[in-house]
Design a protein around this ligand. Structure first.
Ligand SMILES: [Zn+2]
Length: 151
């Protein structure tokens, strides 16, 4: 079942607001398709986890997917961000169970044997989200790292 689309990965409120183009080149579209495959696996496992723990809807919101170089700069992203390569997505659970969502990544999903580069449980002063990187942009490596970060 398809839950995620390239359109969802490309949509950006910040890009709209600042009138920044966020149209990925063909090579990046291929990466986005790969990344979506991982997101579908996450969605399927999260759905089971939600059912087991009575957490409500397993829908997942992409708060940031692809970022053109200009958009990445505007949001203060790191220079070699996997978002620019189409290899990353920032996620939040639609049911609002953020703590459970983070626990799911740290103790369940990251240990299931799926290929990924980095799962980063991120927190700023105003928001929390989970960054999922599918491959490292420089060399396509999957380092299988999972950690927390205050940004
Ligand atoms: Zn991210």
């Amino acid at each position: 079942m398809a839950n995620f689309t390239i359109a969802e990965m490309v949509q950006s409120n910040t890009a709209d607001r600042l009138k920044i183009s966020n149209n990925p080149p063909a090579s990046v579209r291929v990466h986005l398709t790969e990344t979506i495959t991982l997101l579908e696996s996450i969605r399927a496992e999260w759905e089971e986890y939600c059912a087991e723990h009575s957490l409500g809807t397993p829908a997942i919101r992409i708060t940031s997917g692809y970022r053109s170089p200009a958009l990445n700069k505007a949001v203060g992203g790191v220079k070699n961000s996997a978002h620019v390569a189409g290899y990353a997505a920032d996620l939040q659970p639609v049911n609002g169970k953020q703590v459970e969502f983070e626990k799911f990544f740290a103790t369940v999903f990251s240990r299931m044997g799926y290929g990924f580069d980095q799962i980063i449980i991120e927190k700023s002063k105003t928001a929390r989200w989970v960054h999922v990187g599918y491959k490292r942009p420089e060399d396509g490596k999957q380092r299988h790292q999972c950690f927390s970060l205050k940004v």
